[in-house]
Design a binder for this molecule. Structure first.
Ligand code: PMV
Length: 325
């Protein structure tokens, strides 16, 4: 049986969501595919040999050549799969032999929800093979538990988006799903991901130092998320969404979560015709996204020239789904 689930981007409200404001995330049409079957032998086989991992870097000094690889991230992915399998077997009450192969369109560790997009279809696949028929809401909840076990914390945003699809509005732990229009996006990946934990700490310290200023910034980001939600739910006016993205990015710059690389990708996208461009997720590296309805190719090229990895995608309503039995 083949099951797939999407990655996510945060459209509006990262960081301010931590301070009680609303945020909007959406599923994107980059998916992870889990193909699997039950085995008669008591053995679990996990194959993860087609993960989009940016790869290999070689640098050198006078004395030495340094070889860096991201392949360690593949092991990281497998720890999520293992935990998801354990979680289902606990719910089922016994263990079965099982073989799973994973393929993904989503770069690992870029802030696009790659971990949840592996956990969610793994849970769904096993739930179907064992005839447990768990609902997607239950898959989202179990996905959060798996993330919690592997990472030590989870807001639950990524597994919820991956399981349910569409747009999700988050505020104070409550989730509201809405149908997301197909927004044509170019994601620009800097090739590295900042630590969400460190960035949250940095923003917290800035807020302690300048409470009045930072609270006003958080309020403004919250207002942008509310306006964004209204536009997405009503007419999907892309010019207006683009303008909101640009303002939101300025505010994220103001609280210090951008980097030179991210800002360069944001400006390269705007100059080449994007209606709006903004960081997505915690910042400090990771990804930005550009809304570029008629300038997809131009923005992709501009991001590449500016040193980023462009990924063409769009928002989608499709959450986890069975591709074939
Ligand atoms: O780094 P990401 O893509 O997981 O995004 C984190 C979003 C924050 O608002 C910064 C943190 C959070 O838990 O909401």
């Amino acid at each position: 049986m083949l099951v797939s689930a999407p990655g996510k981007i945060i459209l509006f409200g990262e960081h301010s969501v931590v301070y009680g404001k609303g945020a909007i995330a959406s599923a994107i049409d980059l998916r992870t595919y889990t193909d699997g079957k039950l085995l008669n032998e008591k053995i679990i086989k996990i194959h993860a040999n087609d993960l989009k991992i940016p790869g290999l870097s070689i640098s050198f000094s006078e004395e030495e050549v340094f070889l860096g690889t991201d392949y360690g991230k593949a092991g990281f992915v497998v720890s999520y799969v293992k935990s998801a399998i354990e979680r289902i077997f606990t719910e089922y009450g016994s263990r079965k032999g099982f073989e799973i192969s994973i393929k993904s369109d989503i770069p690992v560790g870029a802030g696009l929800g790659s971990s949840a997009a592996v956990v969610v279809p793994t849970l769904k696949l096993l739930s179907e093979l064992l005839e447990m028929k768990l609902k997607n809401e239950e898959i989202a909840r179990m996905g959060k538990e798996v993330e919690f076990e592997v990472q030590g914390s989870s807001s639950g945003i990524d597994p919820a988006v991956s399981a349910l699809g569409g747009g999700l509005y988050f505020k104070k732990g409550k989730i509201e799903r809405f149908s997301a229009p197909n927004l044509p996006l170019i994601v620009g990946y800097t090739g590295e991901k900042g630590s969400t934990k460190i960035l949250l700490e940095k923003v917290k310290m800035l807020k302690e130092e300048y409470p009045g200023i930072v609270n006003d910034i958080m309020d403004a980001m919250g207002e942008i998320a509310e306006k964004g939600k209204k536009i997405l739910g009503e007419n999907g006016d892309l010019n207006e969404l683009g303008a909101l993205m640009n303002i939101n990015n300025g505010l994220l710059e103001a609280i210090g979560v951008s980097t030179k690389e991210l800002s360069e990708l944001v400006f390269a996208s705007r100059i080449s015709g994007a209606l709006g461009a903004k960081i997505t997720g915690a910042g400090g590296g990771g990804c930005m996204y550009a809304l570029a309805p008629n300038k997809q190719r131009e923005v992709e090229t501009a991001i590449k020239i500016a040193g980023g990895i462009p990924i063409r995608t769009k928002t989608t309503d499709e959450g986890v789904r069975i591709e074939h039995e």
